[in-house]
Design a binder for this molecule. Structure first.
Ligand code: S3P
Length: 173
């Protein structure tokens, strides 16, 4: 079984994924880390040196590779992964794959991302909470139709990471 965590940047895909992997005794893979390792460059540097189109191409390539190869894995994909190429179709059509959408409200994401924007090239330049909220609001509106195709949705608002992990695990049973 491969469990794929999807959701916007800072929705907790990696931190929940690591906790879930421990709980289920699964392997944990973060798609961004996997890409950085294979490409020998950080995501920010890939965007800067090679451009977003190249990043999206590699993101899709490595997603396909991981879906073929690995079993008993929790896979945290990037916030944009479900929204490019045919990635969401691929995720939904793959055998032995479950998709979970970690859903967060706009204020939760905007506040978290003001603290965690540095390594995220799409938002690193945004300076105020107001501008962040405006950007994310539009971005989420475009991305939501992809995220919402996930089989299971779990809201993260007002919950700590252990509570979210528990809820995801329960929904997987
Ligand atoms: C992106 C999200 C990032 C990373 C890249 C682009 C996006 O991953 O893949 O910066 O398009 O939302 P996280 O969701 O882990 O921050």
């Amino acid at each position: 079984m491969i469990i794929i965590l999807i959701g916007y940047m800072a929705s907790g895909k990696s931190s929940i994924g690591k906790r879930l992997a421990k709980k289920l005794n699964y392997k944990f893979v973060d798609l961004d880390d996997y890409i950085e390792d294979k490409e020998n460059l950080s995501v920010s540097k890939i965007f800067k040196k090679k451009g977003e189109v190249y990043f999206r191409k590699q993101e899709s390539h490595y997603l396909k590779k991981l879906l073929k190869k690995d079993k008993n894995m929790i896979l945290a994909v990037g916030g944009g992964t479900p929204c490019y190429s045919d990635n969401m179709k691929l995720i939904l059509g793959a055998d032995e794959v479950k998709s979970i959408y970690l859903k967060a409200s706009l204020p939760t994401l905007a506040n978290k991302l003001m603290e965690k924007k540095a390594k995220r090239p799409l938002i690193a330049h945004i300076e105020t909470l107001e501008a962040m909220t405006e950007f994310i609001g539009k971005h989420l509106f475009e991305r939501m139709p992809f995220y919402e195709q996930a089989e299971t949705h779990v809201s993260i608002d007002g919950k700590d990471k252990d509570e979210v992990t528990e809820e995801v695990a329960e929904k997987l049973l």
